[in-house]
Design a protein around this ligand. Structure first.
Ligand SMILES: [Zn+2]
Length: 247
């Protein structure tokens, strides 16, 4: 796969790993003492070296969730964090057979064990605090990260400007996803924009409200998805404004 880096501000970079059919974003956040890498892509690029060229700081990895297109590069790093709820998913998606869905390139090994987020956990990077916000839905252990200083929310696959996939194995119930969106809306005064794991970026925080409206519509029966064949198999799809819910 190929990659590109993009400087978002003096202390933040986006790293995109992609081929013709798939792509994933990672974000490198630097403080004065440490750096945090949010997600690690597919595991086909020399991610640690790329980070070392951008920052001269120790790099800790924090994963938004356990899917193969986010955990691939963990093997190169000493400290990797994940939600314990995604432990099984991570183990399953570490397998070569699952990772091969995305690419035929050489795959770097995935780290076998991770640290698990504690409740209300914050990474202090030195003058920059990154808060872990648990948002189960797309997977049972999905999290978002609030960058308090820059007023940014990093959302992984929880609310890209695209479809959220809730039909997958290890996804949480629709009600649980709704509660996660409500949690993000509740702290909405703390951030201005969101940085997702895929598709267009950044994304206006209004997208979270759109997901919330659509999910509530499904749950109260006023909206209904159409059953169809989708890339991840047969599921129902509800399209609403610029987003969609696959369930
Ligand atoms: Zn995912």
């Amino acid at each position: 796969m190929k990659y590109e880096t993009e400087k978002l501000n003096e202390q933040t970079w986006l790293i995109a790993e992609y081929n013709e059919t798939a792509g994933s974003y990672m974000y490198l956040l630097a403080g004065s003492q440490k750096a945090l890498l949010i997600d690690t892509g597919f595991g086909t690029i020399a991610l640690k070296k790329i980070c070392e060229e951008l920052v001269h700081l120790p790099v800790t990895v924090a994963l938004t969730h356990g899917h193969a297109d986010h955990i691939g590069g963990t093997g190169a790093f000493d400290e990797v964090w994940l939600a314990e709820e995604d432990k099984e998913l991570y183990r399953l998606h570490s397998k070569e057979s699952v990772r091969r869905i995305f690419t035929q390139d050489r795959l770097l090994p995935v780290k076998k064990t991770c640290h698990y987020y504690e409740e209300e956990m914050t990474f202090d990077l030195g003058g920059r605090r990154i808060r872990v916000v648990k948002t189960p839905g797309h997977s049972v252990g999905s999290v978002c990260f609030l960058d308090e200083k820059n007023r940014w929310m990093f959302t992984g696959d929880t609310c890209c400007r695209a479809h959220v996939l809730l039909q997958l194995e290890y996804a949480a119930a629709m009600e649980v996803y709704r509660d996660s969106l409500e949690k993000l809306i509740h702290i909405e005064p703390l951030y201005d924009i969101t940085w997702p794991g895929h598709h267009s970026r950044p994304v206006d925080k209004q997208v979270i409200q759109d997901f919330f409206t659509a999910v509530n519509g499904i749950l109260d029966g006023t909206m209904e998805g159409v059953s169809m064949k989708l890339p991840m198999g047969k599921a129902r799809l509800l399209e609403y404004k610029e987003i969609g819910i696959e369930y």
